[in-house]
Design a protein around this ligand. Structure first.
Ligand code: C2O
Ligand code: CU
Ligand code: CU
Length: 510
């Protein structure tokens, strides 16, 4: 046990190179490095129909707001033979329903916390007032209700929701608290894209889990991991070994990397091309054809794949193609090859949809005058610009109505990404160059290849609050929980940074 610890710290201490492995001490490290690669291709019995999360029920209240009831609770789920797994879920035992609303609609929620500890629900990717954001300051105590409400005003997109309690986000998400939040708008509704929910338009929440001998989720960090828990089993929408019956020629998958730390490089078993049609914040101006798509934790992508009658093809995750290929990558799953889902295609898929030539609008923040530039350096497990998250410290204030450019860099060899609350941003450049096609749409989370400079432009609009901050952080949940997170406020005209009030959503809002 002692020796294991020592090895781990050697690896961590050097932070950033192959040198660390050489120093780690002979045979053990070499052995571990050799076995670090996981390959489950051909090992997964795709024998369970893919679960499609139910659409959350809603009602219109007297004021016209669309009202949803969400109930966070404990449960049990039989993922495989043997004992059921203790889980957490929202309106069900594991994961939550898909919330769906239209741009322009006011949405209202009643969220009950049936757990024995504080939690929260954050609307990842949503533009909304800080007090509704569901971050660490809007915690819900056990037995209490939180009732956030706001008007949806952003383009059609696949967002998601998950808890964000201070220091415990990883645990809450791992146990099962997460769901998709789909926004529709005039543009998405007018396009002839596959859009029949659960038939040719399918949420695809991809998560890895480790099961212990008693079939329970093993939440412990993997040995020598620099990013926390890494599972060897893949769940899609909570289904282990899923297959999906395809009944149309084109299928749209709304991919969400809902894992705590695993990176996926999606591709089909026959390397067929597919079309990327949307990134985190909405539809791309035009589809981009590719045969691989890499997503880090928290990122979403909508893809459309074409199928032939009678065929069977698998979706896999292939070894990482960028930013995660060295020894740290390998020890954290970067070289893994994983079976994800099998697609069985019916004999005569109907053919009605097409990928339109023109879809969404390109991010247009790049042309704005820049009010302020800031720089962010992520390093180790827990720091941005050398500081750890502190609930009381507001790192800076951005002025409402202005555009800022943030230059973000991963300063070590670990896997990091960068997520900003409240806004969707435009990736202006990566190391001075035009971003690759998968970074040309609206983004709220971006993977950071080590040592490269990502310039992100974002516009702060509509909402301001000098006291209640939004978060920016690495979405590797172990890093986020360890403190790789900061807080900013959006300031109104003439306002100055205030003081964070005592937390608790129920105190702010019941
Ligand atoms: Cu999905 Cu602050 O996170
Ligand atoms: Cu978020
Ligand atoms: Cu990180």
């Amino acid at each position: 046990m002692k020796r294991r610890k020592a090895l781990k710290w050697t690896l961590i201490g050097v932070g950033g190179g192959v040198g660390a492995l050489a120093l780690g001490g002979g045979g053990t490290v070499a052995y571990l490095y050799g076995t670090a690669k996981l390959d489950t291709v051909g090992e997964v019995d795709f024998d369970t129909a893919l679960a499609v999360p139910p659409l959350a029920e809603s009602e219109l209240d007297a004021s016209g707001a669309r009202v949803f009831d969400l109930d966070i609770r404990t449960g049990q789920r039989r993922f495989r033979n043997g004992r059921a797994t203790e889980t957490w879920g929202i309106n069900q035992d594991f994961l939550g329903p898909t919330i769906r609303a239209r741009r322009g609609e006011e949405v209202a929620f009643t969220i009950g916390n049936g757990l024995e500890e504080n939690t929260s629900l954050h609307w990842h990717g949503m533009h909304l007032p800080a007090v509704m954001d569901g971050g660490p300051h809007q915690w819900i105590a056990p037995g209490e209700l939180w009732a956030p409400q706001w008007t949806i005003d952003q383009p059609a997109a696949s967002l998601w929701y998950h808890p964000h309690p201070h220091g415990r986000t990883g645990r809450h998400v791992y146990r099962g608290l997460a769901g998709m939040f789909i926004i529709d708008d005039e543009v998405s509704e007018s396009l002839n894209l596959p859009s029949t929910y659960g038939v040719d338009d399918v949420p695809f929440i991809v998560q890895d889990r480790k099961f212990d001998g008693g079939n329970q989720f093993d939440e412990r960090s993997s040995f020598m991991s620099t990013q926390g828990v890494l599972g060897d089993r893949i769940l899609v929408n909570g289904t282990l070994g899923p297959y999906f019956e395809v009944s149309t020629r084109l299928v749209r998958l709304r991919l969400l990397n809902g894992s705590n730390s695993r990176l996926y490089n999606f591709g089909f078993s026959d390397d067929r091309p597919f079309s990327l049609i949307a990134t985190d914040g909405g539809l791309l101006p035009e589809a981009w054809e590719t045969d691989r798509l890499q997503l880090s934790p928290g990122e979403r992508a909508e893809i459309v794949a074409a199928f032939e009658p009678g065929e069977t093809v698998d979706l896999r995750s292939y070894p990482a193609e960028f930013g995660y290929t060295g020894p740290f990558g390998r020890l954290n799953g970067g070289d893994d090859r994983l079976d994800v889902c099998r697609f069985h295609v019916a004999d005569a898929p109907a053919d009605e949809t097409e990928i339109p030539a023109a879809m969404g609008t390109a991010p247009d923040v790049g042309g704005d005058p820049v009010a302020r530039e800031r720089s962010f350096r992520l390093a180790g497990f827990n720091s941005i610009n050398g500081e750890q998250m502190d609930m009381e410290r507001i790192d800076f204030g951005a002025r409402v109505g202005t555009t800022e450019v943030w230059e973000v860099q991963n300063n070590d060899g670990y896997l990091h990404n960068f997520h900003v609350h409240d806004v969707q941003f435009q990736v202006l450049t990566v190391d001075g160059d035009e971003p690759p096609p998968f970074l040309r749409g609206w983004k709220d989370t971006v993977q950071l290849e080590p040592q490269r400079r990502y310039r992100l432009a974002m516009r702060f609009t509509d909402y301001s609050d000098p006291n209640l901050p939004y978060m920016y952080h690495c979405h590797i949940l172990m890093h986020e929980d360890a403190g790789m997170m900061g807080q900013f406020v959006v300031l109104g005209e003439g306002e100055e940074i205030g003081t964070v009030p005592e937390g608790g959503a129920a105190h702010d809002h019941t």
